[in-house]
Design a protein around this ligand. Sequence first.
Ligand code: EPU
Length: 420
Amino acid sequence: MDKLEIHGGIPLTGEIRIAGAKNSALPIMASTLLTKDTVKVSNLPHLYDITTMLELLGCMGVESIVGEKLGVEICSEPIKHFNAPYELVKTMRASILVLGPMLAHYGQAQVALPGGCAIGSRPVNLHLTALKKMGADIVVENGYIEAKINGRLKGAHIFMDLVTVTGTENVMMAASLADGVTIIENAAREPEVVDLARCLRAMGAEIKGEGSDTITINGVKRLHGCEYSVMPDRIETGTYLIAVAATRGKIKVKDTRPSILEAVLSKLEEAGAQIEIGEDWISLDMKGKRPQAVSLTTAPYPAFPTDMQAQFTALNAVAEGSGTITETVFENRFMHVHEMIRMGADMKVEGNTVMVNGKQSLKGAPVMATDLRASASLIIAGLVAESQTTVDRIYHIDRGYECIEEKLQLLGAKIKRLPS
Ligand code: EPU
């Protein structure tokens, strides 16, 4: 297994470009199952999860041509199988996103039931309840979700008990080809849901209200091909800003979208960063100062994102003062804390809160990544630590951060990949 070796203590400075958003690209790729025409998706990030989604579509018979400029042409016309196998679902839970489109378009789907993962139990009951309400016949047997519908799905009034991002996306895709109107209440407002709605609209779907907690979809008979460019990755953007703030550096992040990062930018300002924004860029300057500790609570968009919690924990570890970080979205998202303690951090988990007393610096150590964002936070910890840190199991990071060591090297970091 590859590792990353980091020699920390260098203030990061420079400019980088942000890739397309993983969590937007995945549902958009799944949505190509809703049409027999070709869909051209561009600005795809170069990531493991994107390859896994292409592999998943491929094993159902979908044809895709990977182009030069981070683009792919996907055509589901030759689909032969309606099965998302466990081997792929276990490596990427977002495989569940093929359930809604396959059911709506082909009347059947067999998708391996995703298990728990390092950040929580992560059930998909709300996806299934909503699709059942739309008339689907669903049973879970032998580890598989077996779904079918005789004819077309029916529009329905759906209230989501909890805000679920992929749940909202699955239902929105299924409803696009259903008979009649579907209203999703307590829908996720995440920018990735909005990006998917825009792509579906470009395919001919009739959707209103995306970005609010009530989304209305008027089902249409067929969807057609389109060209769509994936929005920038707000979590990748935030991760680099935090890495630079923690190391007291200066950065300009390009090809991003500041308007979808308000909660994160305001916490960075509270931490002492000087921030300027343009339409598609953000600059951050710590003026060489140590960050101030911040307190925050994660919640669905537009509140502070759970996918940025671990990175802020790393920032607090070397900040001036104390901060508390409360996680309300996932029940087990503090695995990074125990690794940071091994690097000399002063932090303690109590229930769903971690209390952090900032230290002047951390000490390099061998640490192990447990999930995608935890890995990012350990890299940040390594970048601020004295001496050498090695981060093991970095296959997690390759699922969600494009060329992370090259981008950090561009900012002056001493980081290299140690192949296994
Ligand atoms: N939940 C249920 N039942 C359901 C669905 C969700 O109880 O049927 C619970 C979950 O267990 C969790 C909460 O609801 O406690 C929210 O989960 P959600 O469904 O919103 O998460 P997700 O759709 O599986 C997406 C992102 C995650 C991100 C979360 C929250 C994708 C592919 N994944 O997951 O991204 O953390 O929303 O914003 O969009 C990541 O990129 O590292 C990542 C984990």
